[in-house]
Design a protein. Structure first.
Length: 105
């Protein structure tokens, strides 16, 4: 059986080959192994944004923020995802949280 890391690496390779849908499927396989694998949620947020599936992108971005609540990058990434989804006030809130976390470091 493959580990979540192995599946993530395969997804990354598929993404580089332009096989976005296959990469998404592989990332879901990684999450089946480890539902709290934040890198897979981050990658899904990015890929779903590229696919124009903003609700799914936001869902995975929010999960990253739950899993990594003290990481400014989680909220910076969430801000970008929300902005691309047209949720500007929420994007601004996420960026403010990122800045606050950065200042605390």
């Amino acid at each position: 059986m493959s580990t979540a890391d192995d599946l993530y690496n395969l997804a990354d390779q598929l993404k580089e080959e332009g096989k976005t849908e296959e990469a998404v499927n592989k990332l879901h396989e990684a999450l089946a192994v480890d539902p709290n694998f934040s890198l897979a949620h981050t990658a899904l947020s990015v890929l779903y944004t590229r696919l124009g599936q903003h609700a799914e992108a936001v869902k995975h971005g929010l999960r990253v923020c739950e899993l990594e609540p003290n990481d400014p990058f989680s909220f910076t990434s969430m801000s970008v995802t929300l902005m691309r989804a047209g949720k500007i006030p929420e994007a601004e809130d996420a960026m403010a949280r990122a800045r606050t976390l950065q200042q605390m470091r």
